[in-house]
Design a binder for this molecule. Structure first.
Ligand code: MRU
Length: 354
């Protein structure tokens, strides 16, 4: 499956004049990370270059880079940047730089577990050596690993979910759990891409996903790029679509999965799961193992991010509500495991009991 965009790429930047060093990346080079600015889609394909962990943290907070698996990869590269570009002269100073970057990145978004699983992995690396140049390359290597693994996991999720998609499938998803949310071909959208590649006919119904419109701006765009028929609906049309449009199945992604199988995903996922159960439509969650929180027992313990009220009070910077109206803007909700037909992971399809 070939995509015509790339969400995240590491770039080596020679510090000394080109050609004077030659050879592979060395401490005489610094790095930057090229990310696709998702706030500009679908009107413009704009890439941004990130040079510091702080800039990476800002990009994660402001949804320039988003989606649980991609947030994990971006955070890992944020730490790699802190290491690669550090001017520390001894191990103590270097470790301080890395720890500070990790703390900053950890505080960006509370819900997506991938952020924490990736940062925990990066944190372990600083204890494996004491030599700064070695640590710089080990940190970068680990970030590359996290990215590569995510690409491979997405492919596996696609292959494992393929059998669930009949020919002429009519699928309802939510938010964006596609290539834009990962380093690969996505989670919820991965089986859809592979089904299309196998020549299956399908149609995907995409809710706009208020307030940040990931469905309208991102999912509808990336599926259309791949030639997959999309029907965009407003969030409140999902009941009507499930009831009247012969939907075969729902597939969504997840930001965090508790030990009992409860999931946190974009606000509105729970409503969709209740609708699916009421209408006897299978409701699948596609997610990598990096989204499974090994500690949190149930969904009510998952931290739910609340974002700026302006996301609801304004559309395209235009005020659509009273300036001082009280707003509640949780951007994720929890779907209890009872509503989930199965999980599609890189290890196969898992059905209850979870
Ligand atoms: O706020 P976002 O855009 O980061 O939310 C994204 C989602 O809710 C996705 O469904 C989830 O991260 C899974 S992505 C494979």
């Amino acid at each position: 499956m070939k995509l015509n965009f790339s969400t995240i790429e590491w770039k080596d930047v020679p510090v000394s004049p080109v050609g004077s060093q030659g050879g592979p990346a060395s401490p005489s080079q610094c790095g930057k990370v090229r990310i696709l600015d998702q706030t500009m889609l679908p009107s413009k394909l704009v890439y941004k270059h990130i040079e510091t962990p702080l800039a990476m943290a800002e990009s994660i907070k402001s949804l320039i880079v988003r989606g649980a698996p991609l947030i994990g990869v971006a955070a890992a590269y944020g730490v790699a940047l802190a290491g690669y570009n550090s001017e520390a002269l001894n191990y103590g100073e270097f470790k301080k730089d890395i720890k500070m970057a990790i703390t900053t990145l950890r505080s960006t978004r509370p819900t997506a577990y991938n952020l924490f699983s990736a940062l925990n992995r990066m944190e372990k690396i600083i204890e494996t050596a004491h030599e700064i140049s070695l640590l710089k390359s080990l940190l970068l290597k680990e970030a590359h690993h996290i990215k590569k693994e995510d690409e491979q996991i997405c492919q596996k999720i696609g292959e494992n979910g393929l059998s669930l998609i009949p020919n002429k499938a009519r699928i309802l998803t939510h938010c964006n759990a596609g290539a834009l949310a990962t380093a690969g071909i996505g989670t919820a959208l991965a089986p859809i891409y592979l089904a299309k590649e196998k020549g299956k006919n399908l149609e995907v119904f995409v809710p706009e996903t208020r307030p940040a419109l990931q469905g309208a701006r991102l999912t509808a765009w990336e599926l259309s790029q791949a030639g997959i028929p999309v029907t965009l609906i407003c969030d409140s049309a999902r009941g009507t679509v499930i009831k009247n449009k012969d939907i075969n199945l729902c597939i969504v992604g997840a930001d965090r999965i508790a030990k009992n199988g409860d999931i946190a995903n974009k606000i509105g996922t729970y409503t969709l799961a209740v609708l699916a159960k009421t209408h006897n439509i299978p409701f699948y969650v596609a997610a990598p193992s990096t989204t499974f929180d090994p500690i949190i027992k149930s969904g009510n313990k998952i931290p739910i991010e609340e974002r700026n009220p302006d996301e609801i009070k304004k559309i395209s910077n235009r005020e659509i509500a009273l300036k001082d109206v009280k707003v509640f803007n949780p951007v994720f909700d929890v779907t209890p495991y009872e509503y989930i037909t199965g999980f599609i992971t890189e290890n196969g399809i898992q059905k209850p009991p979870f």
